[in-house]
Design a protein around this ligand. Structure first.
Ligand code: SF4
Length: 403
């Protein structure tokens, strides 16, 4: 939500970065990370050209976040040509079609099974799938469906490869994040999470199935830190003083330190993590703006609760708010760079093009308004990007007129 609009780097730029990284750092592995790497409109060309350049080296190239479609299998095929194929990862996140609609990941289970079949047929022995529990509107049936779908995928694998086929299932709990439509949602209670994990433990056992899950207490820490307010700084400092130092490592995770820190600060973990926030509540991060209207997020939230699927905004603009917020920057950069509807009345929507656009600059955070900073840090609007657009600003602004 905070990365709107969609922007894509040119293939040559990505390849140049890969070349430089390998030459200067000697990496053995390159991964093209994204929320969904196959959404990058030039992913095929990128993979092909990467393989042409580096395929002969002992370099592992990864596309870890793919869509669940046969297109992704073709891509992985290209990447892993001639290599040993171990695991192929999917992140369906939810196991029923209904719940995937709620989280706006509308893929049918039948499509997932077809893709899994293609994966096993092409020599991968393991399909890894990541799911989440604790989504809004989730029921026990949705949890049971995780087990059923996992077993169905294994059955497909067994049909194709026999006993060599495996599935690995990873389950984590939804942690609602700021600046997203779920920023008002309460995290599921520990008792319910434990009950759901226990059910999956019972169901997901036996040859060929490996099941792992996140510790609900670690998830709780993530949840209160994610949506905390400024009082949380005292909690963090106190927890640190009490010995919470390597919290990302399970063997050092020190939950009692957090409990004591909360108690001493007079705060409650559940108030931060497990409270449904009313839409009208002023949220601690509202002074930070990514340009999106709060009403837009609220509308998406209401829409997802009704199970509605929202189109990719490259297909249909929903007026998320950035058009007005970044009016000045939009006038300064060509329309094609944004891919959003053009400036001015009755203008056609522009096709998305891969032209770099200025990084966002929030006027409210300008050093001009913050006297406490004695030495000013140059902002991006005065940097290289604005130099590039200076040349085009006059004619564009003149041509396009008002918003
Ligand atoms: S203005 Fe429209 S097209 Fe542009 S990012 Fe927002 S919703 Fe998407």
């Amino acid at each position: 939500m905070i990365f709107r609009p969609v922007r894509e780097r040119p293939v040559d730029e990505v390849l140049a970065a890969v070349d430089a990284m390998i030459e200067q750092c000697g990496f053995e592995e390159v991964s093209f990370l994204s929320l969904s790497s196959s959404d990058y409109s030039h992913v095929e060309e990128l993979v092909r050209r990467t393989m042409e350049r580096h395929g002969a080296k002992k370099l592992s190239i990864g596309l870890p976040s793919l869509r669940i479609e046969s297109f992704s299998v073709d891509l992985m095929d290209l990447l892993e040509k001639g290599r040993r194929r171990s695991g192929f990862t999917f992140a369906p996140e939810a196991a029923t079609d209904r719940l995937r609609d709620v989280i706006n990941k509308p893929i049918a289970s039948s499509e997932l099974l077809q893709t899994a079949e293609a994966v096993y047929q092409r020599g991968w022995t393991t399909v890894k799938m990541y799911f989440m529990i604790g989504h809004p509107t989730q029921t026990l049936e949705d949890v049971q469906a995780i087990a059923d779908l996992s077993k169905a995928v294994l059955a497909v694998g067994r049909r194709v490869l026999g006993r060599k086929a495996n599935v690995r299932i990873g389950v984590s709990t939804l942690v609602p994040k700021p600046h997203t439509p779920f920023q008002w949602v309460q995290m599921e209670s520990e008792a319910v999470i434990l009950e759901q994990i226990a059910r999956l433990q019972r169901e997901l056992r036996g040859p060929g199935i490996h099941f792992s899950w996140n510790d609900p207490k670690e998830t709780l820490v993530e949840a209160f830190l994610t949506r905390g307010d400024r009082r949380m700084s005292n909690v963090i400092q106190r927890a640190w003083e009490l010995g919470a130092k390597l919290e990302g490592w399970s063997e050092y995770f020190n939950f009692p330190a957090w409990e004591q820190a909360f108690q001493e600060c007079g705060l409650e973990m559940d108030w931060y993590a497990r409270r449904e926030r009313p839409l009208e509540e002023i949220l601690p991060w509202e002074h930070l703006s990514a340009g999106l209207k709060k009403e837009f997020l609220a509308e998406e939230y209401r829409h997802t609760l009704q199970g509605g699927v929202v189109d990719d905004c490259r297909e249909h603009c929903f007026s998320c708010g950035i058009l007005g917020y970044f009016k000045e920057q939009r006038r300064a950069a060509p329309d094609e760079a944004w891919g959003c509807p053009s400036l001015g009345k009755n203008k056609e929507r522009q096709p998305v093009d891969i032209v770099p656009i200025p990084l966002y600059f929030n006027d409210d955070m300008s050093p001009d308004l913050h006297g406490q900073f004695t030495e000013r840090v140059p902002q991006r609007r005065f940097g290289t990007v604005s130099k590039r657009i200076e040349t085009s600003v006059e004619p564009l602004a003149a041509e396009q007129g008002g918003d």
